[in-house]
Design a binder for this molecule. Structure first.
Ligand code: PRP
Ligand code: URA
Length: 209
């Protein structure tokens, strides 16, 4: 599928296995989500443009490259997306962070919005949406629709584990949005959880169950 990137890097795959393990503690889970997000960030930021500059080294002149002022905004979907922010901010400390609050109604599985605060100049920015799980795709599609209303420059969607259905739905509704993930699982159960997945990402991050 075009515009879908699945990370097969051994470090990412190893850490995803630890993340899936039900015996992994909340502390380890948080650390792993942060580490995997940082590793994924390496590829997610691959298209940042560079400009040539001249720098004095202790020995002489160097023609070299720096990032040419690309403006990024990371937008985690609350709650679980918050766990991915610090890993990406370590790579791009100048990025701005917006927040979208969505939760899935447990009966209808439909996303319910309860918060949205984006950077004032978000229309001048390339937006990277963060959420560890893309399950039915409802929350992801809603977040993209919301952000598109602000006429941003581009949108990428970064998750850790996706379902086939979620990838297909997000891709169908928003083919312009590149999807980055570390695994695509086959199915969803009757409660909309990814199988085998990793359980409820928010609860595992914050120890709420
Ligand atoms: C989870 C997850 C996604 C959503 C994915 O959040 O973090 O936002 O479910 O499911 P979907 O693709 O079927 O919409 P949840 O609703 O559990 O909220 P939480 O992060 O506050 O726990
Ligand atoms: N949300 C989660 O946290 N996990 C799933 O498997 C599906 C939705």
């Amino acid at each position: 599928m075009e515009n879908v990137f699945i990370f097969d890097h051994p470090l990412i795959q190893h850490k995803i296995s630890l993340l899936r393990d039900k015996n992994t503690s909340s502390k380890e889970f948080r650390e792993l989500v942060s580490e995997i997000s940082m590793l994924m960030g390496y590829e997610v930021t691959r298209d940042i443009p560079l400009k040539e500059v001249e720098i004095e080294t202790p020995i002489g002149h160097a023609k070299t490259y720096v990032i040419s002022g690309k403006k990024l905004a990371f937008v985690p979907i609350l709650r679980a997306g918050l766990g991915m922010v610090d890993g990406l901010l370590k790579l791009v400390p100048m990025a701005r962070v917006g927040h979208i609050g969505l939760y899935r109604d447990h009966d209808t599985l439909e996303p319910v919005e309860y918060y949205c605060k984006l950077p004032e100049d978000v229309s001048e920015r390339d937006v990277v949406i963060l959420d560890p799980m893309l399950a039915t795709g409802g929350s992801g599609c809603d977040a993209v629709r919301f952000i598109k209303k602000r006429n941003v420059k581009s949108i990428k969607f970064v998750c850790l584990i996706a379902s086939k259905d979620g990838v297909e739905r997000l891709h169908r509704e928003h083919p312009d949005v590149a999807i980055y993930c570390a695994a695509v699982d086959e199915t969803l159960n009757e409660f909309g959880y990814i199988v085998p997945g990793l359980g409820d990402a928010g609860d595992r991050l914050y120890g709420t169950k």
